[in-house]
Design a protein around this ligand. Structure first.
Ligand SMILES: *[C@@H]1O[C@H](CO)[C@@H](O)[C@H](O)[C@H]1NC(C)=O
Ligand SMILES: *[C@@H]1O[C@H](CO)[C@@H](O)[C@H](O)[C@H]1NC(C)=O
Length: 584
């Protein structure tokens, strides 16, 4: 597996699953890699395949560290199992010594007394006499500010459920010894108990990073907290997020995945009719002016259309509602559209993609069957069923569907493209290349063919040819952000031209400011360049652009991870420098 893969599994448009797939692939190990600043090339790339996160095996070989299971803080300070120092315990009434008395002692004397008190504390601790142990440690601290004493006292507080004190004692321990992993771990647990989840996540992350990802418990806690934070915050954001259209490229791709509708657009000029607004919406959709289209179709539905176009109008309304991220609402409109005209096959196809989103595969395939029984010669049905089969890994059947679609109508470019892609996935490389070669000749002006062909060439390490394909795709359609991003990632990974990669992604972002792929790629490029602050800006933008809960959760995870990286390198400059040297 090379890291230089441009994604071969990006399905041609129509099923937005390429995008969803990436976002659902949320893996805490990505988080760990980003947080540690050891981002691998490709690890978080939007369009790049799921290269594995760092191969720091968390579990298997992990030696049992001295870390304590979270439920039972350690027997205090196993590091300090020395022989007892009788002199100290013999000491008279130490508590009676005033601070100025203590100052009179030599540091050796103080250390000795403190050590004795600590041992006393440890014994009390073992006997579960936490309150008394706390007193002993507090005394010890008067004689010597030792991180272990603070940490042991924190352990007592932890048993007593005084989480605020755990935090404050751990803070003191960490002031004295910032890389005292046990203290960080304990503070993390206390933060979690106090519901300071972000602080807890940060501390657990530090434990993982400082400990070389050998601490299983901290790893699991990190994962759990990350999920909790991302899920909760995403749900909050979703609640207040207005439904709006995704990037133009995305909407284009969706509409392009259907052959041009063969319908009689109403010609009425009567602006009080639904038919007029349906025609307006239809025209605007063709002109790719989706905002206008969305408004016009609202009006059309409000006014109601004549029977001849009511089903089309409901279908278009359902489409926009779906694209705006309201699947349930879209389902209602498509149901109505099917009721209005059960012979309009496209409504079944669109409804099936909602079922897929709702993970109801059975209903999705049932709709395809119905659609085929209504019109066994509709090439769109086969193309879209192929998409679903492709996504679910049933390549053989997908290839049959694409072929069927091409046989029924060979003027639809994406059926050819997907056929070539699925052949490639099945290992028939030369067959696939021939398909692409032929498709290229049949559609010499299609940016999409060039783009997908480029992806396959890149996957075969034919980097120069791939770059040419992406460049040609850009030339043919300067508004489509995807070829820029593909070219950028290839320039970055195969040719180490990071500056050009960034500039290409910025152009993609300008071409389509709602393009989440551009934003995610920029985030990754800056991360890899060791500029996490810049990366953070883009990941924050990704939160704004995300439309679904999984997308949001993913973007939030990246924001959290990047913030951790920034804070970690401030808090632990040496460890961070060491990690940076591990890059590449
Ligand atoms: C839609 O487009 C057709 C063909 O270009 C045009 O004749 C018609 O007036 C347009 N209708 C509306 C409502 O914009
Ligand atoms: C594609 O076709 C051209 C000419 O039509 C040919 O020169 C080239 O070798 C073909 N490439 C592949 C990969 O089949």
């Amino acid at each position: 597996m090379s890291n230089n893969q441009v994604n071969v599994q990006t399905p041609a448009p129509g099923s937005q699953d390429n995008i969803k797939k990436f976002f659902e692939d949320r893996d805490w190990k990505f988080y760990a890699a980003v947080a540690a600043g050891v981002t691998l090339a490709g690890a978080g790339a939007y369009y790049l395949t799921q290269s594995s996160p760092p191969k720091k095996k968390a579990s298997k070989k992990a030696k049992k560290t001295k870390e304590t299971p979270e439920t039972s803080p350690s027997a205090p300070a196993p590091a300090e199992k020395q022989q007892e120092t009788p002199a100290a315990t013999d000491a008279v009434d130490l508590t009676a010594l005033s601070d100025s008395d203590i100052e009179q002692l030599t540091s050796e004397e103080r250390a000795k007394v403190a050590q004795g008190l600590k041992e006393k504390g440890n014994k009390l601790f073992s006997g579960k006499k936490y309150k008394e142990a706390i007193d002993a440690y507090s005394q010890a601290i008067r004689f010597k500010k030792d991180p272990i004493y603070f940490s042991n006292r924190a352990a007592c507080h932890s048993f007593m459920g005084n989480h605020k004190q755990v935090i404050s004692d751990s803070n003191d321990a960490l002031l004295l010894d910032p890389t005292y992993i046990k203290a960080i771990n304990r503070r993390a647990q206390a933060f979690e108990k106090e519901n300071q989840l972000e602080e807890a996540l940060y501390d657990f992350s530090c434990v993982c990073i400082l400990d070389g990802f050998k601490n299983d418990n901290a790893g699991k806690s990190m994962e759990r907290l990350l999920q909790q934070i991302a899920t909760t915050r995403a749900a909050e954001i979703m609640e207040n997020k207005p439904h709006r259209l995704p990037s133009t490229a995305y909407v284009n791709a969706y509409f392009d995945s259907f052959r041009p509708a063969n319908i009689d657009v109403p010609t009425t000029t009567d602006e009080t009719t639904g038919d007029f607004f349906f025609a307006k919406a239809f025209n605007a959709t063709v002109a790719k002016d989706y905002e206008t289209a969305a408004q016009a179709i609202d009006k059309a539905i409000e006014l109601g259309c004549s029977p001849a176009c009511q089903a089309y109008a409901l279908n278009l309304k359902g489409t926009f509602v779906f694209l705006m991220g309201d699947s349930q609402g879209a389902l209602d409109y498509l149901n109505k559209a099917i009721e209005a005209d059960p012979k309009y096959v496209q409504s079944y196809i669109k409804r099936s993609s909602i079922y897929i989103e709702q993970q109801d595969i059975g209903s999705a395939f049932k709709d395809f069957e119905t659609a085929i029984s209504v019109n066994p010669n509709d090439p769109d049905v086969f193309y879209h069923r192929g998409q679903i089969r492709y996504i679910s890994g049933d390549y053989e059947s997908a290839a049959n569907d694409y072929s069927e679609s091409v046989d029924l109508d060979d003027t639809f470019v994406f059926a050819h493209v997907q056929l070539g892609v699925v052949q490639y996935k099945m290992g028939s490389i030369s067959k696939s290349m021939t398909t692409f070669n032929n498709t290229l000749q049949k559609f010499p002006n299609s940016a999409d063919v060039h783009n997908y062909y480029g992806e396959l060439l890149a996957d075969q390490q034919k980097f120069a040819e791939a770059v040419d394909m992406f460049s040609k795709a850009i030339e043919l359609d300067t508004k489509n952000p995807i070829p820029y991003i593909n070219k950028a990632m290839l320039k970055h990974q195969a040719f180490k031209e990071a500056d050009e990669a960034i500039s290409l992604c910025k152009t993609a972002f300008e071409a389509d400011p709602a393009c989440d792929a551009a934003v995610a790629s920029l985030g990754q490029l800056y991360l890899e360049r060791g500029e996490p602050e810049q990366a953070l800006t883009y990941y924050n933008l990704a939160i704004d652009l995300a439309r679904t809960q999984p997308e949001l959760e993913h973007a939030i995870s990246y924001v959290e991870a990047t913030k951790t990286q920034i804070k970690f390198s401030k808090d632990f400059p040496e460890a961070a420098a060491k990690l940076r040297s591990l890059r590449q």
